[in-house]
Ligand binder design. Structure first.
Ligand code: SAM
Length: 306
């Protein structure tokens, strides 16, 4: 979050700085939680794709309101390094890598999480099909970690981009959770396809335990999961998993949250007092891609070869 960008006019960007959040995304989680109250009483949380860490900041403030160190635990995972956040254990890892799951399980000492969230977004290439594919892989990887980490009854929240095959994802999630809702917080730009799936009441099949040792692709992992799945049959102990089929496409209810009185993220607000000053970024970038170029420039070695 620098000083000069389009975001300069965005109220959520300004509010994030005022309230000490590292990114305006904090308000997305806050507005989702105001609607769904999924953070009430949670003890163990996993924040996937967490850098620079504004969701982890929200989680830290919600879980540790008086700053006391209790048995609660927050684990934040990202490819990028993250600066320290109080009460948050950070893990620099790729969520698509099979070993990441084992590392998170170790951090929780075998205990299950009650809430997993993922705000993951890959670097876009501009090749639409490729970008969509990579985003879907990211969601599936987050889901693979979730089904292995979440306690029954737990909640999963993830960023999605409403694309062509999103109804398939809704149905698959509907097999795993009691309630699946697609939500758009006011702080998420209306001009973006970004939304969040809020999956409440995790109901893992009783006869299934995730095989975390096996090094399989996400597709193979879920193939095994959905083998012999039949959604008409209620799940009972000892019964094989119901079969999932392409025909079971679903529609999730879509709701907008954040209230009409909250700021519109696409609007430009001009009514700043004259005395208003620009605040410094809450957290400087830890390892920005332009760092090397700056180092070369400072040492006078940055030049164009002719
Ligand atoms: N929720 C964060 C916050 O509030 O500060 C913002 C997350 S940002 C929109 C998306 C993050 O996804 C980036 O930091 C990126 O490094 C991370 N990411 C993308 N692919 C990833 C992967 N395979 N494993 C871990 N993190 C990944």
């Amino acid at each position: 979050m620098g000083k000069s960008s389009k975001d300069k006019r965005d109220l959520y960007y300004r509010k994030a700085k005022e309230q000490g959040f590292r990114a305006r995304s904090a308000f997305k989680l806050l507005q989702l939680n105001d609607e769904f109250h999924f953070l009430d009483g949670v003890q163990r949380v996993v924040d996937l794709c967490a850098a620079p860490g504004s969701w982890s900041q929200v989680l830290s403030r919600e879980l540790f309101p008086d700053g006391k160190n209790t048995k609660k635990r927050i684990v934040a995972v990202d490819l990028q390094p993250m600066s320290r956040i109080e009460h948050v254990t950070t893990l620099q890892a790729d969520i698509t890598h099979p070993r990441t799951l084992t590392k998170i399980i170790e951090l929780f000492k075998g205990e299950k999480a009650d809430f997993v969230c993922s705000d993951g977004a890959p670097d876009v290439t501009g090749l639409h099909d490729l970008d969509e594919y990579v985003q879907q892989q990211l969601i599936l990887s987050a889901l693979k970690l979730t089904v292995s980490l979440l306690a029954p009854g737990g909640c999963f929240v993830a960023k999605i981009f409403r694309g062509r095959d999103i109804d398939m994802l809704y149905s698959q999630l509907g097999l795993l959770f009691d309630k699946v809702t697609c939500a758009k917080p006011r702080s998420s730009r209306g001009t973006s396809l970004e939304s969040f799936i809020v999956c409440q009441g995790y109901t893992p099949p009783l006869s299934w335990a995730p095989n975390i040792e096996k090094n399989v692709s996400v597709e193979e992992f879920f193939e095994e999961f959905f083998q012999n799945w039949s959604i008409q049959q209620p799940l009972t102990p000892g019964r094989p998993l119901p079969m999932y089929s392409e025909g079971h496409r679903g529609i999730a209810p879509f709701i907008s949250c954040g209230g009409l009185d909250s700021f519109d993220s696409d609007a430009t607000y001009h009514d700043l007092p004259k005395s208003a000053t620009a605040l410094d970024p809450v957290q400087s970038p830890t390892n920005p891609p332009y760092k090397r170029a700056l180092e070369l420039k400072r040492s006078g070695k940055l030049g164009r070869s002719v």
